[in-house]
Design a protein around this ligand. Structure first.
Ligand code: ZN
Length: 230
């Protein structure tokens, strides 16, 4: 009996967490071809009071606007940094409240993660986030209807120069420049990620931007990329 219950619970979890991933190819991973040679740089897991300002400096020096997928509880602890991101004209989007994998969240916790982050970012920036990136790219079946009800679009990425393994700054530059394509969404980390990720990012970012510009790319926020002409 117990074994059968455990099996049923396991099957339910697989359906809730894993099968939900079948829907992710339908989500946004890149901009439309009509976006032309535009690329969105996106920064996850911040804000970090030490590293995010250094990323902002690089972006400002190169006249690039980008999208920051912020973790709600970190935003609440680093409000001045959130203000600096918004004031510089970057787009603020949601990366959940605590960066907990949605594989570990039931429907109620999933809604809490999304809503608490959304409310906090709205209060700190004065505008309602339009995009949500699930932590670790992991989704569950409850996430989709909740996001739809909140008018939040799930956004993944088409280029990720550093995943779970650290990659040296020059390798990250080469990775992004080689894989660049019209409408690309590049996933970067200005906080957390693998150990030392923000430091490698700050080292890589100037050459990454210059390399993409040399190929004729311009930069857009995710919102601009998904709505060309607006
Ligand atoms: Zn993340």
């Amino acid at each position: 009996m117990l074994a059968r219950l455990a099996l049923a619970a396991g099957a339910a979890w697989v359906a809730y967490a894993w099968v939900a991933h079948l829907a992710t190819p339908l989500c946004v991973h890149r901009g439309p071809r009509a976006a032309g040679r535009r690329i969105a740089l996106t920064f996850d897991d911040g804000p970090d009071p030490a590293w995010t300002p250094r990323v902002l400096d690089v972006l400002s020096a190169h006249d690039v606007r980008a999208t920051f997928f912020l973790v709600g509880e970190r935003a609440a602890r680093a409000q001045a940094t959130v203000g600096a991101i918004a004031t510089a004209g970057h787009e603020v989007a949601s990366h959940g409240w605590s960066h907990r994998s949605l594989w570990l969240c039931g429907p109620r916790r999933t809604a809490e993660e999304i809503d608490r982050a959304g409310d906090t970012l709205t209060r700190l920036t004065g505008s309602v986030p339009r995009f949500f990136r699930p932590p670790w790219g992991m989704v569950n079946a409850a996430m989709f209807p909740i996001l739809r009800a909140r008018n939040l679009r799930p956004v993944f990425w088409s280029i990720q120069p550093e995943g779970l393994q650290p990659a040296p700054a020059d390798a990250q530059v080469a990775h992004v420049v080689r894989r660049a394509h019209p409408g690309a969404i590049v996933d970067l980390h200005d906080a957390e990620g693998t150990r030392g990720a923000p430091e490698r990012l700050v080292a890589a970012l100037p050459a990454m931007i210059e390399g993409l510009r040399a190929q004729g790319y311009t930069f857009a926020t995710v919102g601009e990329l998904l709505a060309p002409g607006q």
